[in-house]
Design a protein around this ligand. Sequence first.
Ligand code: UFG
Length: 327
Amino acid sequence: MVMVTGGAGYIGSHAVLALRDAGYGIVVIDNLVTGFDWAVPGDVPLVRGDIADQPLVEATLRDHGVRAIMHFAGSVVVPESVSNPLKYYHNNSAKTRDLIESAVRIGVPHFIFSSTAATYGTPDVEAVREDTPQCPINPYGMSKLMTEHMLRDVAAAHPMNFCALRYFNVAGADPQGRTGQSTAGATHLIKVAVEAALGKRESVSIFGTDFDTPDGTGVRDYIHVSDLAAAHLLALEALMAQPTRNHLLNCGYGRGFSVLEVLDAVDRATNNPIKRVMVGRRAGDPGRLISDNKAILETFPWTPRHADLDQIVAHALAWERQLGDRA
Ligand code: UFG
């Protein structure tokens, strides 16, 4: 039995589907601040509550016989973390500390954590390896790095192993159209671009055209959310197979696309160019952030299925259409 925190959110709801498709028992805990109850399949129990509500969490872990936690719940907007750092240290670091304490008390043996490439800051390398120094440049990245450290220490002291997956730029939606990115006011490029393509926004701002990249715009390693969900399942299997081994792994494809390449892909998908507005750089944006993914490919039998940018965009667009005005 797996407890999924944030299972009503974007990435969590895809992990729920992957677990369900693989036949795992699941319980979701979500406070529905940014998630949606309709994102959780009707046959999966949804506990409405907070990960730091220890009596609730511990009762859930005990009652459902939970053996693993996949922890997605958290705050994810980088600029907001700069203007309101305490929210991030509270939601991401302090509440996760309480969740881990509940897991230790109940004796949950496996913990899978949503970490981020933002823990690396602005690395000056072609491709970021797991041993590239982690120097976050915003409170979001730091709040996640703090959790990685907590997990390392807790796993050394208690009978628990963990896997931290450092996500690069997550995008796309379930290929079968069962869930997708529904978050209101999202700032992520592909989400923003498909909203613009469907007339939900007037234009897309391009944040900086003077980076040291082939076309001057920012380059990112966009990873399809369903491939990411599949990696979580493999992480779970690896933790169960080797209960004394921990994993800290990048989750990306090891290739990048520029902002202009992404916008071109969205234009191709609809055959209707989006209005582009060139604006200055956004504070704290690295020019290029691409994963070295050798470690995950060597550690898990992970076969990315949706690395094609046009496919990522097509799935994001299909979900955005289906979403209509719901979120
Ligand atoms: N961008 C634009 N216009 C927009 C939005 C984004 O030009 O409207 C550009 C950004 O400047 C950047 C690229 O598109 O070059 C991607 O930006 P996103 O906002 O989509 O994503 P970020 O790379 O800033 O950050 C994302 C997540 C973080 C995560 C990070 C890891 O938001 O949580 O990826 O790579 F840590």
